[in-house]
Design a protein around this ligand. Structure first.
Ligand code: ADP
Length: 492
């Protein structure tokens, strides 16, 4: 099958979170299974150019219709660790992708409406006719809309779209300008409830809703989150839309790329290890302490890696730091905050804890350091308020770092409580789960983990090794996505 992914991220060249990992990992798996995959991305000024090989201009004169005129673009082509990627660079005063950031600009909705339009124009003008277009999140929600309303009539009537939602919180809200810019026009038509009109704001167009309504198949990133999104407020207002489109909506658990996240071959850690020589993990713990200037002592290390925002349960992350210290353990945090208030809060904490040899807070995004933390820590906490899938717990499992998670979203599908899970035999359990959002709930799960580490080290090691044996690779989800592609290719 010929598959084109259209996305705003692809790790490691463009990565703000899990979306980047998924676009890369899924594409690789699909290729391993004999499919042809290409990835279309914006050419951001701040992406990691050191991860692109053979970058060259592949399509010189792409003119993208925009507000009744057109913007001239160049399309570059290069390989990102073996994946063929096209990067679209517009030449206009808007400077859509030369902002020194991926997201967070006032005109994000227009920037990504342009990207969606440019990606389709590129397919059209370069005569690429994939069997499947797979697009992701609100940034590309307009792709199926424009495909169906415009490009279908220009020779792209056979392309089918799979749309994956990684986070319902950000839906992409536009207005009449979006319609005028992209050439969709016809406000009265698109502002209908069964088209793009936001479910709660009658004056707004919702890109993600458009993606759901117009795609041939819609997925989110875990079965449990699919259920939550359709039936609770986790769908952020799109529950009814998902219900009305339920025949084509399902949850598919993300995988992780074991070529990249694998302690046996990881190039970012000093000592490789597997579940057969788990004892080697200790050398990574030593290296982690050395790197972060932590006290070399006989204590467990609890880690947090992730964005610092309300989704991730920052109040519990904050509490976990002090509870860990009270329990006689060490804490390492690697996190970046986009909200100024949260950022200032953690900067203050960092200053306050600066001289404590049992804690290190690293504020910012650091891919290389994250590998060393996964390998060196004993436990990883994921106390999210909601979590569509969550990758950090799955990576932690692969590195023998026991996850302590809140029982929501994909965390429910991947972590099984050592003491209380009734559905699995003890030898299949792999971590700790708590449910409430208060400090006591977190503490009770952390206490059970830290106490086991101190009181029954052999049992703790056993639990970590059980986790390492889980297969959360792309193998199963890759096959499931191919089934969906096959279904939509033949059904319509
Ligand atoms: P998100 O909601 O951000 O997509 P996920 O758990 O799905 O959360 O994916 C997070 C991914 O981003 C993981 O690969 C994790 O290691 C990485 N990550 C998150 N924050 C950082 C950071 N500050 N530095 C390095 N990697 C990070």
């Amino acid at each position: 099958m010929y598959i084109v992914q259209i996305a705003s991220e692809c790790a490691p060249v463009i990565k703000a979170g899990g979306l980047g990992d998924v676009v890369y990992g899924l594409s690789r798996e699909l290729e391993i299974r004999g499919n042809c995959v290409e990835i279309i991305l914006p050419k951001y000024d701040c992406m990691r150019y050191d991860h692109v090989w053979g970058l060259h201009e592949a399509f010189l004169n792409l003119w993208v219709p925009w507000y009744g005129a057109a913007i001239h673009c160049s399309v570059y082509c290069g390989w990102v660790h073996g994946r063929l990627c096209y990067f679209i660079e517009p030449h206009s005063e808007d400077n859509f992708f030369n902002r020194g950031c991926y997201y967070g600009c006032d005109d994000d909705n227009i920037r990504f409406a342009f990207f969606s339009k440019a990606a389709l124009e590129f397919l059209l003008q370069s005569n690429k006719r994939p069997d499947i277009i797979h697009c992701h999140d609100w940034q590309t929600g307009l792709v199926p809309v424009m495909l169906s309303e415009i490009y279908k009539y220009h020779g792209m009537e056979h392309q089918r779209v799979c749309y994956t939602i990684h986070n319902f919180k950000h839906q992409g809200i536009g207005g009449i300008q979006t319609l005028l810019a992209t050439g969709l026009n016809q406000a009265a038509y698109y502002f209908q409830y069964d088209k793009l009109r936001d479910n709660f704001n009658p004056f707004a167009l919702n890109y993600m809703k458009g993606g759901i309504v117009y795609s041939n198949a819609v997925t989110t990133v875990s079965p449990n989150h699919a259920l939550e999104a359709s039936t609770t407020d986790v769908g952020c207002g799109l529950g009814h839309t998902l219900y009305s489109q339920r025949d084509k909506f399902q949850g598919i658990l993300n995988g992780i790329d074991y070529d990249f996240w694998n302690p046996e071959i990881d190039r970012h850690i000093p000592d490789n290890y597997s579940h057969d020589d788990f004892a080697q993990k200790i050398y990574n713990k030593k290296a982690l302490r050395e790197r972060l200037m932590l006290h070399q002592t006989d204590k467990p290390i609890v880690a947090y890696i992730g964005r610092l925002d309300n989704q991730k349960g920052v109040h519990l992350v904050h509490h976990a730091i002090y509870h860990t210290l009270n329990k006689g353990a060490q804490f390492v945090l690697l996190g970046s905050a986009t909200e100024p208030g949260i950022n200032a809060h953690f900067r203050h904490e960092k200053q306050f804890l600066n001289d404590n040899p049992d804690v290190h807070l690293e504020l910012g995004f650091n891919e290389e350091l994250s590998h060393l933390i996964y390998a060196g820590a004993d436990m990883i906490i994921v106390p999210s308020n909601y979590e569509p899938c969550g990758l950090t717990q799955m990576i932690g499992l692969k590195y023998g770092t026991v996850p302590i998670v809140r029982g929501v979203g994909g965390l429910v599908n991947t972590v099984f409580d050592r003491d209380y899970d009734q559905n699995l035999p003890p030898e299949k359990r792999n971590g700790y789960v708590f449910y409430d959002t208060d400090n006591y709930a977190l503490e009770s799960a952390m206490n059970r983990a830290i106490d086991l580490w101190y009181q029954s080290p052999a049992e703790f090691r056993k639990l970590a090794i059980q986790g390492m044996k889980y297969d959360y690779s792309w193998n199963t989800p890759g096959a499931e996505y191919l089934d969906i592609y096959d279904w939509i290719k033949h059904k319509w």
